[in-house]
Design a protein around this ligand. Sequence first.
Ligand code: SF4
Length: 75
Amino acid sequence: MAKYKIEVDPELCIGDQACCADAPDTFEMSDDDIAVVKDPEGNAPDEILNAAQNCPTDAIILHDEESGEKVWPEE
Ligand code: SF4
């Protein structure tokens, strides 16, 4: 099971592709330049967390799959 449930808020994504650089096997860009999840287990959990933390607009939302708790962005 993937560690994180990953969502990208398309309203917040500015298409700078930072997440695709940090976790290239997890995120990819859609045709309209919005990041999408291609494989929630594509990269190690710490790489996915790092990508979410580096997103300039906090468009990547992570929940722990097991507990359901929100991991990122911090409240
Ligand atoms: S890092 Fe954030 S703003 Fe940049 S492409 Fe990924 S989701 Fe979009």
